[in-house]
Design a binder for this molecule. Structure first.
Ligand code: NAD
Length: 499
């Protein structure tokens, strides 16, 4: 790996208790540009003492932050939103540099972040307790909603700031403090975001960032007794390990994990729109999205024609520099991910799948040399039980599976251990609603794909995880109910029986 001109390699630090620090050990790791294959930045590898310090800083900041008037917390969140808006270009460029996704996609995501902070600023002074009419006439009972305390936010590399914001915005608005741990594959944008925290007015220790690998830094953070809630986005293996670590201290946890989402096209769908939807589902972000529509279920009567048209469009996808306006697909994030994709496709082909398009790395294209590219790939002759149809690839690889009718489509779609998202393409309104109800998924899109909003719940079922991000649903992730009982009678009738 070459090192970009040494002077231009950015040297990042971590944010702990309002101070920018290196790891106490001095250890660092390289961040490699997926497009050039060169080192462009270095980051600290946090040790246990660094994580301890970050958790301690978050714990110290928690009482003041949780007691601050909600309208004042909201004002700081709104200022943060404005600063993000003003720095969106820099944040987006940093994300692309780090994870190789298209600049226009990362800019779009970053430009949506202020909406999330403003939305949650709006909630800050509107989350109220309730008075419940109990079956005890003399008791006045009320429920207080309190912040949970210190939140560990551990996120994946594919959309670092969006995934972090889904946790950070509600956690902060509702009075919690945060220790964030970005992915070692795309760390820089989180640090750049944290640089805006002090200017926004967050007190020291409300937002902390520790950096380094999941296996050491993430797992130590997840098992830390000073953490009151873990919000995790990543793969099922990491999620399982985090859940095990959390179990030691019974730490509440929400898990946003992987998927093998079915994109289901019926013969009555608007043909060309459905083709575009299938493309968006799998080739957007080079397939590196948790909700990638990686299984194309297409009704047998239109399957050949559909695949032919999709293949034609896939062949025309322009791969290249993710910062260039004309590029439609960038590289995948890192070498091991490229190799994983290659291995899965090679095994699928060995098992009988046919690569109608792609199926390899573009080694013959000198323009793409050095980058971690994989060609847009469409596989036919895939049966639902094959590895390629069951396991998440996290790359631009589509498995096509024909179906006969609605029942057949549902059977194939639901025969997955995942249940994050699903797409349905049809002009039959009854069928659309029936499918939405019967699909085992946390998110269903009808005649669209890959949409998200601060006001819509996000999360999966089965091995795609549990808990919900965004919308009022997330309030329960970052607050807990306290049940307060006040006796209004002057005496307690019988001290020896439960009341
Ligand atoms: P990953 O699980 O390897 O890592 C995710 C984060 O967890 C990283 O910060 C990593 O350092 C950390 N980590 C890894 N192992 C850990 C451990 N044992 N203890 C604590 N922390 C640990 O996932 P990834 O490769 O970064 O991301 C890709 C995965 O994320 C895919 O499966 C994708 O579907 C999923 N994802 C899900 C969503 C969603 O909303 N459901 C969104 C984006 C990505």
């Amino acid at each position: 790996m070459s090192i970009e001109a040494a002077a231009s390699v950015v040297r990042y630090q971590m944010l702990v208790g309002g101070r920018w620090v290196d790891a106490k050990s001095g250890e660092r790791f390289d961040s490699i540009s997926p497009y050039s294959g060169s080192v462009w930045a270095t980051m600290p590898v946090a040790g246990h003492a660094d994580v301890d310090a970050a958790v301690e800083a978050a714990r110290s900041a928690a009482p003041e932050w949780s007691r601050m008037l909600a309208k004042d917390r909201a004002r700081i969140l709104r200022r943060f939103a404005t600063l993000i808006e003003e720095n969106a270009d820099h944040l987006g460029q940093t994300e692309t540099r780090d994870n190789g996704k298209l600049l226009r996609e990362m800019l779009g995501q970053v430009k949506s972040l202020p909406d999330y902070y403003n939305y949650w600023a709006g909630w800050a002074d509107k989350v109220t307790g309730t008075v419940a009419p109990l079956d005890k006439p003399t008791i006045f009972h009320y429920i207080l909603r309190e912040p949970v305390g210190v939140v560990a936010a551990i996120v994946a590399w594919n959309s670092p700031l969006l995934l972090l914001t889904w946790k950070l915005a509600p956690a902060l608005a509702l009075g919690n403090t945060v220790v964030a741990k970005p992915s070692q594959q795309a760390t820089a944008s989180t640090i750049e975001l944290a640089k805006l925290a002090a200017a926004a007015g967050f007190p020291d220790g409300v937002i902390n960032v520790v950096t380094g690998p999941g296996a050491s830094v993430g797992s130590y953070l997840a098992g830390h007794p000073g953490i009151n809630k873990i919000a995790f986005t990543g793969g099922p293996d990491g999620g399982r390990e985090v859940a095990h670590a959390a179990a030691d201290h019974f730490t509440p946890i929400s898990l946003e994990l992987g998927g093998k989402s079915p994109n289901i096209v019926f013969e009555d769908a608007d043909f060309e729109t459905a083709v575009t939807g299938a493309m968006a589902g799998i080739f957007g972000a080079s397939g590196q999205t948790c909700i990638a529509g990686s299984r194309l279920l297409v009704q047998r009567s239109i399957a050949d024609r559909f695949v032919e048209r999709l293949a034609e469009r896939a062949r025309a996808i322009k791969l290249g520099d993710p910062t260039a306006a004309e590029t439609e697909m960038g590289p995948v994030c890192f070498r091991a991910q490229q190799e994983k994709i290659k291995g899965m496709v090679d095994r699928a082909v060995a098992a009988g799948a046919v690569a109608v398009v792609g199926g390899r790395t573009p080694d013959d294209d000198p323009q793409l040399a050095g980058g971690f590219f994989y060609l847009p790939t469409i596989l036919t002759n895939v049966s639902p039980e094959m590895e390629i149809a069951q396991d998440e690839v996290f790359g631009p690889v589509l498995s096509v599976i024909p179906f006969d009718d609605e029942a057949d489509a549902l059977r194939i779609a639901n025969a997955s251990r995942y249940g994050l998202a699903a797409g349905v393409w049809t002009r039959d309104i009854s069928r659309a609603h029936h499918m939405a109800q019967a699909l085992e998924a946390g998110i269903v899109w009808v005649n669209t794909y890959r949409a998200a909003s601060y006001a819509a719940p996000w999360g999966g079922v089965k091995q795609s995880g549990y808990g919900r991000e965004s919308s009022a649903e997330a309030i329960h992730e970052y607050t807990r109910a306290k049940s307060v009982w006040v006796e209004t009678a002057r005496e307690i009738a019988d001290p020896f029986v439960v009341r």
